[in-house]
Ligand binder design. Structure first.
Ligand code: FMN
Length: 299
């Protein structure tokens, strides 16, 4: 049974990727999860300087999912290199480093600092963090997306993925800008803008007022976007948004995803990749599928 997939030059033994921000830097979960089930982990999004993130409360559990406004808390690129990367390198899985920034220059500087380092297998450029009080996300503008991807593409031969927001009118236009800029894969979706209000205090529940919604409830909308994008670009799609179990994962693959990303479900069970992979294998056996790549995009 073949479960390996390719995203640009990067070959993963499993089509399951742990989504950024929901799996720490992986090393914190050593001993608790079966890393062999995970094709790759994606780190929390790194910025040039360390960030404390948004004021608390930052996570609110609500119907069918969670709203988060973590706000890219991270140790900064130097802190990552010093304290996290040596431990990540020892894990039995690949590592995709998520890169964030507040200007094109910042993204550029982070990639330059990481590009030659062992243990960094690929980059995921986060153009879609919803809780930073930005006027507009980069991936809400196809021209800005294209310009930045093209700039970063020149800096590395490692695989370069770009994560985009679902909060646009025409997600295909943005995904095409990612492809035209030279990325090896497009990753979707990041979270959906959302908020919750406490009617007793008559105040927003999150310290940041609003945040990004993820988990079970967003699956049908995310699946649609992945299907739509996969039909219109020639680069692989990393698909996710609300995946909780193996049948969700199979739906995304049938819709055209090459790899599936598991996010919020990791907050409930960090070893969810293992359960999902077991389910995928059983499904393949039942359906007499020998290569996971054979069912991609059948719908
Ligand atoms: C607590 C939390 C923190 C997140 N932090 C990041 C982040 O730092 N960078 C990023 O690209 N996405 C971040 N995300 C978005 C997830 O990677 C994922 O794209 C999104 O949650 C949709 O997938 P899901 O429904 O499976 O969670 C975060 C999500 C959650 C729930």
């Amino acid at each position: 049974m073949k479960l390996s997939i390719k995203l640009g030059k990067l070959e993963l033994d499993s089509p399951i990727i742990c989504a950024s921000g929901t799996f720490g830097f992986g090393e914190e979960l050593r001993g608790l999860v079966d890393f062999k089930a995970i094709g790759a982990i994606t780190t929390k999004t790194l910025t040039l300087d360390s960030r404390k993130g948004n004021p608390p409360p930052r996570i609110y559990e609500t119907d069918g999912g969670v709203i988060n406004s973590v706000g890219m808390e991270n140790p900064g690129v130097e802190g990552f290199i010093k304290h996290k990367l040596p431990l990540i390198s020892k894990l039995k899985t690949k590592c995709i480093v998520s890169v964030g920034g507040f200007s094109n220059k910042e993204y550029e500087e982070i990639i330059r600092k990481l590009v030659e380092l062992n243990g960094v297998d690929a980059f995921e450029i986060n153009l879609s963090c919803p809780n930073l009080k930005l006027k507009k996300l980069v991936s809400q503008n196809s021209k800005a997306t294209y310009t930045l991807v093209k700039l970063l593409r020149k800096l590395t031969k490692k695989s370069l993925f770009v994560k985009i927001t679902p909060e646009v009118t025409d997600i295909v236009q943005i995904a095409k800008a990612v492809e035209d800029g030279g990325a090896d894969a497009v990753s979707l979706v990041n979270t959906y803008f959302s908020m919750a209000i406490d009617i007793e205090s008559q105040k927003p529940i999150l310290g940041n007022v609003y945040g990004g919604y993820s988990g079970r409830a967003v699956k049908p909308m995310s699946l649609y976007k992945v299907w739509k994008v996969a039909q219109n670009v020639n680069i692989p799609v990393i698909g996710g948004g609300g995946i909780e179990n193996f049948s969700d994962a199979i739906e995304f693959i049938l819709a055209g995803a090459t790899a599936v990303s598991l996010g919020t479900v990791n907050l409930v069970d960090p070893d969810s990749s293992k359960t999902v992979l077991i389910g995928i294998k059983e499904y393949m056996k039942k359906k007499k599928i020998t290569d996971i790549n054979d069912i991609r995009g059948l719908v």
